[in-house]
Write a protein that binds this ligand. Sequence first.
Ligand SMILES: [Zn+2]
Length: 508
Amino acid sequence: MLITTHTATLQGLQALPIEVEVDSTRGKPTFLVIGLAAKAVEEARERITNALGSCGVRLKAKRTVVNLAPADVKKTGSQLELAMAVALWEMTVGKSLVDAGDIFFGELALDGGIRPIRGALPLVTYAKNAGYKRIFVPAANGGEVSVIDGVQIFAVEHLGQVLEFYEGKLKLSALLPGGFCLTLATPKTDFSHIIGQKVAKRCLEIAAAGAHNLLLCGVPGAGKSLLAASVPGILPPLTREEALEITTIYSVCGLAGQGLITTRPCRAPHHTISSIGLAGGGANLRPGEISLSHHGVLFLDELGEFRRDALEILRQPLETGQITIARASGSVVYPARVTLIAATNPCPCGFLGSKKRACRCSQVEIERYRRKLSGPVLDRLDMQIFVPEVEVRDLTAARPPEAAETSADVRSRVCRARARQAERYRPLGLATTSELSSHQVREVVAMTSQARDLLARAVERFQLSARSYFKIIKVARTIADLAEEAVDEVTAEHIAEALGYRQNVSES
Ligand SMILES: [Zn+2]
């Protein structure tokens, strides 16, 4: 008698179906598992027999073979164990009780408990799309998969519950769809709390509106981290698709909490992070910080202190919005569309140009420090500005000197600019100006002749690269989109403002 149950494994964010086939024949009593890595087999066999034992199920004294098909798919994760245990149990009762429309995901504990798994959301999404009718998941993953409706999902705590369900002794109730509520991020840092920093705040608004990358250079305490932390609060609310994409990535990392992630992420990894930590990969193949920041903000403080190989890896995702991780068993692709906010001190001691403390660095040290910056990432940054020390009078003023706009005020302009971009780039299948290729910039960004002249003069005078040339046009286009009235052509004024945000931090 051959018993079959269904489960799946993940390759990157993609789920691949796995069939568990159990057969038992007369012969020396053994329990073989085929199709798993040797070490995983041993662990799985141990956990499955103990878990079944705790439910009063003894494997028959026969030769039992569990085959995980297809053989050529590399199976990762222990979420296959529940399907294996159920198939083995059916073998002992001698009949097939599981429906062909049932699928199982869960790791077993020795006492029969069902442990949470990584990637429950992409696995359940796959199962629903593949036409399965009843999906069994660990109770602890119930929250994150409750966003999926239109299919019966059973969140179970113990193997015993599943077996009793099939024996007709226990009724399980399916998860109620958790619904979907688009909440706006309540920013930890509201724009109105940041004193001064008019230029930096304007650049953050432009960065948010066009998904541009930005480098802030300034003395310690100028508020660079505070500025970066305020960006999620001025970004537009997530769409349902974006929220699902983000939650899927967090699910694969085992970081999805209860239900859908509805706010944009802001990640700030320390500069000692490895290239794998930043980009993803490793023995367990996890998405890195760049993917955990998908549709949100990646903040790299002390940019010059990051490992060069880690920064090199950021080139591709900053251009394409995704990251490819090459593996011996084939490569996987994770989404990685981020707004990069980087920060740096002006010199090793940090106080070059400060009015409050003297810089202790030699000219040689300052030059070496800046050369480190001008590496792989700097020419990918659309805007580079100096952040001044906040004036004491600004700090002590009873009220901020400029009319203190809140994050919500700024966000409404950002949303308007994004709507204009979405409309303009719909035929290209793009959402924001930063995604345009050089070719597309030529095609869709109209400029006045004065704007062209000004840009041509700047290219000659500042020896700008082709990459910088197109970045300036793109930033200018976003500046035009932030205007109250819709603007068809980029003007010299927009170009001049964009040029002002190319303060060459590495050379000045
Ligand atoms: Zn210094």
